[in-house]
Design a protein around this ligand. Structure first.
Ligand code: NAD
Length: 282
């Protein structure tokens, strides 16, 4: 594989698309809204179908429905290489797209990521890959440009793993926010809360990475939108329900995030949910 297409150059895609250049690949990018500048080394295409000449095409798009539409357009216009869906897509739409490709020369693997924009810039994401071994082997060197690569199972296993990870992450975030607000009402200042919880068993990714930078500061600019986190929790809730491991937490978390999207707006940063837990006094 030499020429890599990259579709979706938002918060994550814009950080990830230039990374394969360092490993000697050429990259052609496409996004109808944003563009990377020439210094990035990524060649921008003016039309999606210009990417059909690529050996592999990476998607970093909002969800599985968008991925399916974009993949279909590329297939109709003659693409016959490897699709790599690095978006956090719905596992059932990934399996359906995989079936559509069965009579086609094009192939598909899912390789969603965890780590956020900061780790994306550094090429230090966790890349969780689903797909058959042959397709995984052919993409491994390319995927390693983005971080630590793990082959988690068959097609869509990566997307399932990603949603379940974000379910745990969202639950930890909400619990951490409630605990922070409650601690303050007992006279524990936020800096003390952060220091003590990060030296104790309650620490998690929110307390270690998000608390001081985005939540206590009320900056809410981590680069991951509330609507994308709500999407991931909805996906995970369905997986958990279907597998029969439902508890009251599942629906409660899912409903709270949906309500937050309606109240705060879909483009609010996910850390901005603290304004629902503990509104700022103006
Ligand atoms: P984003 O909204 O910043 O970027 C999405 C990009 O896709 C936009 O630039 C948009 O113009 C483009 N796009 C939408 N429809 C398109 C189409 N039909 N054709 C081409 N481009 C199109 O989102 P993001 O934060 O970069 O997230 C992308 C994916 O990665 C999502 O699935 C998200 O859940 C996942 N993710 C995000 C983060 C994060 O921290 N932001 C971390 C891990 C995974």
């Amino acid at each position: 594989m030499k020429l890599i297409g990259f579709v979706g150059l938002g918060a994550m895609g814009s950080a990830m698309a230039p990374l394969p250049l360092k490993a000697g690949y050429n990259v052609m990018g496409f996004d109808p809204v944003t563009s990377l500048n020439e210094n990035s080394g990524v060649r921008m295409a003016s039309r999606l179908i210009d990417l059909t000449e690529c050996d592999a095409i990476i998607f970093m798009l909002p969800d599985g429905a968008v991925v399916t539409n974009v993949a279909r357009e590329l297939l109709t216009n003659g693409f016959n290489g490897l699709f790599i869906d690095m978006s956090s897509s719905q596992p059932d739409s990934t399996i359906a797209l995989g079936h559509e490709l069965e009579d086609n020369e094009a192939r598909l693997i899912d390789a969603p990521v965890s780590g956020g924009r900061k780790k994306a810039v550094l090429g230090k994401l966790m890349v969780m890959t689903g797909g058959d071994q042959i397709n995984f082997n052919s993409a491994r060197r390319l995927l390693e440009c983005f971080g630590n690569v793990v082959h988690v199972g068959p097609l869509a296993a990566g997307h399932a793993m990603k949603a379940l990870n974000n379910y745990v992450s969202a639950a930890g975030m909400l619990a951490s926010m409630q605990a922070l607000a409650t601690a303050e009402s007992y006279g524990i200042i936020s800096e003390t809360f952060s220091k003590v919880i990060n030296g104790s068993t309650g620490r998690n990714n929110t307390t270690e990475v998000k608390l001081e930078s985005y939540i206590i500061s009320r900056r809410y600019d981590s680069g991951f939108s509330l609507s994308l986190m709500a999407k991931d929790v909805t996906i995970a809730s369905k997986l958990i329900n279907d597998a029969g491991f439902d508890t009251p937490i599942t629906a409660a978390l899912n409903n709270y995030l949906s309500e937050a999207v309606d109240t705060l707006g879909p483009n609010t940063d996910h850390t901005g949910i603290y304004e629902m837990v503990n509104p700022a006094i103006n």
